[in-house]
Design a binder for this molecule. Structure first.
Ligand code: HEM
Length: 502
């Protein structure tokens, strides 16, 4: 028999086995019909919701698609998230042991050094160590004060440019990426990356970094290695994180601190001093200080995870405010009440905490137009979800957008209404306090919940005050819907605006 016959027989066997497994799978759910090797790639592409919106009835809140050989269960109702997003308060013993949905992907913790930090790390002890260090810092008051100062300094530089003209027209989505890149570099690394010509290339690099690893961790290892070998040179070129810039900054900063320089409130300096001998405030029980490689990978990953999520959030805020004049009126009234009419006052953490309406506005944006519309967790053991028992290795894909826009959980979910997040005493409807558990999940949930959530909220609220106390914003194409595409986040593009001093 010739080689072609052998290959033909093997293919036939593979296809027969593939469809045997498909037709005898436990708990069959609605979803597109898969093809061998590529699963439902052709129907689903990179955004499962588009297929669901066209093909499924709104009442279907659990369905499946196939990512190559992996079965992926899409969850669009809060009731399915209880075990996926199990929290410390639900846990009767030890959350780390009870959570069977710790893993995020198939290929995390492989030998690629840059994956060894947090977002795609499936090696539990390594992930836990990184997570403890980074979370402790991102959640600390020190870091939040540092962010508050850096953001105001950076925003002032943009104001100076805008104030040279009466009216400025620009693409807000590009501005948001640029602005957020500057903020991320200042608050995470603390100094410019000297080998990059502009902040524009930083946001490109951050996107490339996330895109590269999103593809790699979802691909079977062999395919991933082939793709890495042939296809990723362009991405590598953009990826500042692979070229040693951050490493040399870490080394330089470590020496400066050793020689008596004072630590600033950015992630790099705070990681360097945590658990080191000259650290007094920060301490994590039983952990050695981080070495340069660990710090470098955490800085790279945190930078990448923070830029496009928050930048898209800024765009959705600007768009929704432009579409809702009453929201603008209410937020301006609050700014006047808390900060007065002086548009140059320094904004303090304590004053920002008083802005209840702006807090509600940001939370409503994250519900209505969440920049991170999906998540992925992989089951590690046998577990039931939605009255069905699932086997280890099944992928679960919480559709955050549909959960947070599910009419079973939210009244008129497509309406943009910050009052949902205010209690009745504060003049709102109190809806958020009454809605069911896990129906509000913009930052995911459980042990892997976004560690940057407080920083993201702080930065988004700060932007609302800094911008709207001084400027009016009009959409150039008033009747156009906001444009965005999904990679690992919803990325807004072509949002033309006209701004002027109010
Ligand atoms: C509006 C802005 C943001 C949104 C909507 C967002 C959303 C998310 C979501 C949905 C996850 C997955 C959580 C899970 O699996 O349960 C995540 C993880 C993560 N986020 Fe964010 N995020 C935002 C901003 C940030 C910022 C500003 C930072 C850093 C300063 C950050 C750092 C991370 C990291 C490191 C992870 C991985 C955590 C882990 O796997 O343990 N994010 N984020």
């Amino acid at each position: 028999m010739g080689i072609i016959t052998y290959v033909g027989i093997i293919l036939l066997l593979y296809i027969s086995l593939y469809y045997y497994s498909y037709f005898t799978r436990p708990n069959p759910l609605p979803g597109p019909f898969p093809l061998p090797f590529i699963g439902t790639l052709i129907q689903i592409g990179s955004n499962p919701r588009k297929w669901a919106e066209k093909n499924l009835d709104d009442s279907v809140d659990i369905w499946e698609y196939h990512a190559g050989p992996f079965r992926c269960i899409v969850l669009s109702n809060a009731k399915y998230l209880e075990k996926v997003y199990i929290t410390y308060s639900d846990s009767t013993k030890n959350l780390y042991k009870e959570s069977k949905f710790f893993k995020r992907c198939m290929n995390g913790n492989n030998d690629t050094r840059v994956m060894a930090s947090m977002v795609f790390n499936n090696d539990f002890p390594k992930w836990k160590r990184n997570r403890q260090f980074v979370t402790k810092i991102l959640m600390s008051k020190k870091y939040q004060y540092g962010t508050l100062n850096s953001v105001q300094k950076i925003f002032r530089e943009f104001e100076e440019e805008w104030d040279k003209n009466d009216v400025v027209t620009f693409d807000f989505s590009k501005w948001a990426s640029l602005y957020k890149s500057q903020v991320s570099i200042a608050t995470i690394i603390g100094q410019p990356l000297y080998n990059l010509s502009s902040y524009d290339s930083i946001s490109k690099a951050a996107n490339a970094y996330m895109a590269m690893f999103t593809v790699l961790v979802f691909m079977p290892k062999a395919l991933g290695s082939i793709a890495m070998y042939f296809g990723f040179n362009t991405l590598k070129k953009y990826s500042i994180f692979l070229n040693g810039t951050i490493r040399s900054i870490v080394e330089k900063r470590r020496n400066e601190l050793k020689n008596g320089s004072t630590a600033n409130f950015n992630l790099l300096d705070l990681l360097l001093i945590t658990n080191s001998s000259n650290d007094s405030d920060e301490y994590i029980e039983g952990e050695q200080p981080m070495d340069d490689v660990e710090i470098e990978t955490n800085l790279a990953e945190t930078t990448a995870a923070s830029i496009e999520t928050t930048a898209s959030g800024l765009c959705f805020i600007a768009y929704n405010i432009a579409k809702n004049p009453l929201t603008l009126e209410k937020l301006r009234a609050e700014i006047l009440k808390v900060f007065g009419s002086d548009t140059t006052t320094i904004i303090t953490y304590e004053d920002l905490e008083k802005c209840r309406y702006i807090d509600a506005l940001v939370k409503e944006m994250l519900r209505h137009s969440n920049p991170a519309p999906f998540n992925l967790r992989v089951l590690d053991d046998y577990e039931s979800v939605g009255d069905c028992l699932w086997s280890p290795g099944t992928w679960f894909w919480p559709d955050h957008h549909r959960v947070m826009n599910n009419p079973n959980h939210w009244k008129e979910p497509t309406k943009f209404d910050p009052d949902r997040f205010l209690s009745e005493e504060e003049g709102g409807t109190g809806e958020f306090n009454k809605t069911c558990k896990n129906s509000y999940v913009p930052f995911g949930g459980g042990i892997r919940m976004c560690p940057g959530r407080n920083i993201a909220l702080l930065e988004l609220k700060l932007f609302v005050v800094l911008f709207y106390r001084k400027y009016d914003l009009d959409l150039v194409n008033k009747n156009d819907p906001i444009k965005y595409y999904y990679t690992s986040t919803n990325q807004v593009y072509d949002l033309m605006v006209r701004i002027s001093q109010k």
